[in-house]
Design a protein around this ligand. Structure first.
Ligand code: GLU
Length: 477
């Protein structure tokens, strides 16, 4: 018989945002399916109606789309499958593998208090297992009849063999008194119906697994393979939280990270392939195996994420970066979405920007009609000598026959040689004049991109600044 096709799923509860941990779980499930030429299913676990919101669903779907983790099936919504869960509850009741429990709240509380007093672990003691008669005035819940003895073995693909004793597991409620199914039961029915072969999820769910396996078997299903992923910690060793930047993945989009960079970084959180740090998505798909995931928790390192992002900025097609840069500039109030300069600016800036936002922040002067001169840079480079050099630069640039980086560079180098000075003597005043500050990409390319007319205009304004400064200086006592 041919081996079954690999089917994985990502099953988020829409009670909050899609954060770093969820995104990594989704990525590992997606990668594993892709690696095995299988299928990847998206399932929204929205049975907790009080805590689930349509907004959170939207954020999850947007996040998945931005990350490029396309599902082959779904999204399925558990709230649309209640009939099916009801049917599964009935089947278990009919076969005696589930039973109605008529215990009142008070009775359960008493049971619990007595167990604690006897220093026992509080658990449902199964007193309704064999109670046949309904009790007046009580709408029963339905409990799964968990096996009383024996063990459940989970051969976890990450954690190895984990053995649970059935006597440690009590009879889980699978339907509430209003008939709605409970979380663990829905997961089981879905994993069975959707023919999931590999359940990849956070290891906070490991303790649910033996119960889920028992219920799955009771329903006539075969348990899938399980892989429980270790937590992601902050750099301080505490569980990742907002304080560490455990924000929605969409915030990374806003801050100008590339999705492939975030995926690359997330893949390396707890998984490795030799000492390779940088991967394209195709390389990840080819190299990824769930068995290579590390058992111990991984630490989230924002600086490394920035580094990985920059590496991906360096590799990305400029045609992709241009609209991202335009969008980031728009956030800064600079509308230049179709500006033909965007690609060229991205080409110049990506060596020094770690995110598209940083790139935009450092690129304002390419797009603004005029620049503000930074006081400190102007004082340093636009004094009388700087201005004199700048005036000579202006002459050269004005008469340059071809306006491109190389002749601009040559003109500046020749002028520096004539002045018997280093290139910086002519380049720095020019840099301050065109960019407003003392930092920019190589000046020849920068000047070439900004264009002759604007450059000459900016030089004039810089020279005026020097003149005004001189006048001010002259007036002061
Ligand atoms: N809905 C669960 C969660 O968001 C995941 C359940 C599972 O993957 O089995 O944590």
């Amino acid at each position: 018989m041919a081996a079954a096709m690999t089917v994985t799923r990502f099953a988020p509860s829409p009670t909050g945002m899609l954060h770093i941990g969820g995104a990594r779980t989704a990525l590992f499930s997606w990668l594993y399916a892709r690696h095995r030429a299988g299928r990847f299913i998206l399932r929204i676990e929205d049975t907790d109606r009080e805590r689930s919101t349509a907004e959170a669903v939207g954020v999850i779907l947007d996040g998945m789309q931005w990350l490029g983790l396309a599902a082959d099936e779904g999204p399925y919504y558990q709230t649309q499958r209640f009939l099916r869960y009801r049917e599964a509850v009935s089947a278990l009741l009919a076969s005696g593998l589930a039973y109605r429990c008529y215990c009142s709240k008070e009775e359960l509380e008493r049971m619990r208090a007595e167990q604690i007093a006897r220093k026992e672990k509080p658990r449902y003691d199964g007193r309704c297992r064999d109670r046949a008669a309904p009790r007046a005035g009580i709408d029963p819940v339905v409990r799964f009849r968990n096996p009383l003895d024996g063990e459940v073995i989970v051969d976890d693909l990450v954690h190895g063999r984990v053995v649970f004793q059935n006597r440690e597991l009590d009879d889980l409620i699978i339907a509430r008194s209003d008939g709605t199914p409970t979380y663990n039961f829905c997961v089981v029915v879905d994993d069975m119906d959707m023919r999931i072969t590999h359940v990849i999820r956070g290891d906070d769910h490991l303790n649910n697994t033996p119960r889920q396996i028992n219920m799955l078997r009771a329903l006539g299903g075969e348990p899938p393979a399980y892989a429980h992923l270790p937590m992601i910690l902050g750099a301080d060793g505490a569980k990742l939280s907002k304080r560490h930047g455990a924000v929605s993945v969409l915030q990374y989009r806003e801050e100008g990270y590339l999705p492939e960079a975030l995926l690359n970084y997330l893949a390396r959180l707890g998984w490795s392939h030799g000492d390779q740090e940088l991967f394209t998505l195709e390389e990840l798909v080819a190299a990824f195996d769930i068995r290579d995931v590390n058992k111990s928790a991984a630490a989230f390192n924002p600086d490394k994420l920035l580094w990985v992002n920059q590496q991906h900025l360096m590799r990305a097609p400029l045609a992709r970066l241009a609209p991202l840069l335009g969008a980031q500039l728009a956030r800064l109030g600079i509308e230049c979405r179709d500006d033909p300069l965007l690609e060229g600016v991205a080409a110049l800036q990506r060596e020094r920007a770690r995110t598209m936002r940083e790139m935009a922040e450092a690129s304002r002067y390419f797009f603004l009609p005029r620049v503000e001169l930074e006081e400190k840079a102007a004082r340093k480079h636009l004094g009388p000598e700087g201005a004199a050099a700048l005036a000579r630069v202006r002459e050269r640039l004005q008469s340059l026959p071809v306006w491109s980086a190389e002749p601009i560079h040559r003109a500046l180098a020749e002028l520096a040689a004539e002045l018997g000075a280093g290139l910086g003597t002519v380049a720095q005043p020019l840099r301050v004049a065109v960019s407003g500050g003392a930092v920019s990409p190589p000046i020849d390319a920068t000047v070439a991109l900004i264009g002759r007319e604007r450059v000459l205009d900016r030089i004039d304004r810089a020279l005026e600044w020097t003149q005004r400064a001189g006048e001010r200086g002259g007036q002061s006592p």
